[in-house]
Design a protein around this ligand. Structure first.
Ligand code: AMP
Ligand code: MG
Length: 330
């Protein structure tokens, strides 16, 4: 609710009231359902959750209609699932679930980290988005789950046939030391995935944000040129990029936010373990691993770069050179 009307849609217009109500209903509902179910499933340990939303705005007089829509969506969702089908949450229960376990993260204990809808702009466009859940243990990501309802089951790059839009919906999950699996959201058997094994950057496909406001496309283009990447960048929203990369759809993901933007842990925690457990490397622009132990924000040296172990040294060199050129041209 905080950002109402400040977000722009595909035509670069500010969002309509209907679009705002739609996105906030789904985002809060997602957070309420995940939080409610996690806490019920894990009664024996303190429940700590770092999540993007809190219920503050939903407690206001003018948002009561939205709150009722959220309550209905939460209850309809629970009713459709065997285990919780007999559960009905009141408006107060929904608000409590959204705020439950409210945590700032940090280096101690176990904290769940949730982005209830990552890639809201993709969600509104009907493109890619993800529900991203991770578990931090003593500041390290030990588990990650990425649900990508619009991601095709077949690779999205490197094949000639246009994919069928019927065959979408991927669930990636990774546990430290146990690899990364993918299955379809409607429940196919899980299969292990691995990042691309290519060692020639000319053959790489490169992912970046769809939104130019989220990542410096010019800088990625300069890095790609230095590497000799031939294919045009693949621009998609959300941590679906990490999922796609974990199964080898592309070989590089670059993210350089505009000056002053601080990356949040829920935008990268699940995605990063999905990639590292599939054999990839996730680092900042200086090659340091991402540090999830510092609370809600990542403290980064400039950007986030993701690739396989063979390409990482070349990628780091290209990143360093491009950043130096950018600095000297200012
Ligand atoms: P993506 O779809 O990969 O571009 O990333 C979506 C995420 O970018 C959202 O969940 C936001 O938290 C985050 N975001 C919002 N504004 C910015 C920004 N100015 N720069 C970088 N990331 C942003
Ligand atoms: Mg997000």
């Amino acid at each position: 609710m905080r950002q109402s009307y400040k977000m722009k849609n595909k035509s670069q217009n500010f969002l309509s009231k209907d679009e705002c109500v739609y996105i906030y209903t789904d985002t809060y509902s997602s957070q309420a359902v995940v939080s409610f179910v996690l806490e019920k499933e894990l009664p024996s340990e303190p429940f700590l959750l770092v999540a993007e939303e809190d219920s503050g705005d939903l407690r206001k007089e003018e948002t009561q209609e939205t709150l009722h829509r959220i309550m209905k969506l939460v209850n309809d969702t629970l009713a459709s699932e065997g285990t919780y089908s007999a559960t009905t949450l009141s408006a107060e229960d929904v608000l409590a679930a959204i705020d439950s376990g409210k945590s700032e993260g940090g280096p101690h204990g176990r904290h769940w980290v949730l982005d209830p809808i990552d890639g809201t702009k993709g969600f509104l466009r009907g493109d890619q988005y993800a529900i991203a859940l991770a578990l931090l243990d003593e500041g390290k990501v030990v588990l990650g789950v990425l649900a990508c309802p619009n991601l095709p089951l077949v690779p999205i790059v490197g094949h000639d046939q246009p994919y069928s839009h019927d065959e979408v919906g991927c669930l990636f999950f990774a546990q430290v030391g146990a690899g990364t699996d993918v299955q379809s959201l409607d429940g196919s058997p899980p299969i292990k995935v691995h990042v691309s094994a290519i060692d020639n950057p000319e053959e790489a496909s490169l992912f970046e944000s769809f939104e130019a406001a989220h990542s410096l496309h010019d800088l990625s283009s300069s890095i790609a040129k230095k590497l000799g990447v031939k294919a045009p960048p693949v621009r998609i929203d959300s941590q679906a990029k990490y999922g796609a990369l974990s199964r080898g759809d592309g070989a590089i993901y670059l993210r350089f936010a505009h000056k002053g933007y601080r990356e949040k842990i829920w935008d990268h925690a699940a995605g990063s373990i999905v990639v590292t457990e599939a054999g990839g490397v996730v680092a900042d622009a200086a090659g340091n691993p991402l540090d999830f132990s510092r609370g809600r924000y990542l403290d980064l040296d400039r950007g986030i770069i993701v690739t396989n172990t063979k390409l990482m040294p070349l990628l780091l060199k290209a990143v360093r050179e491009s950043l130096d050129e950018k600095t000297s041209s200012l």
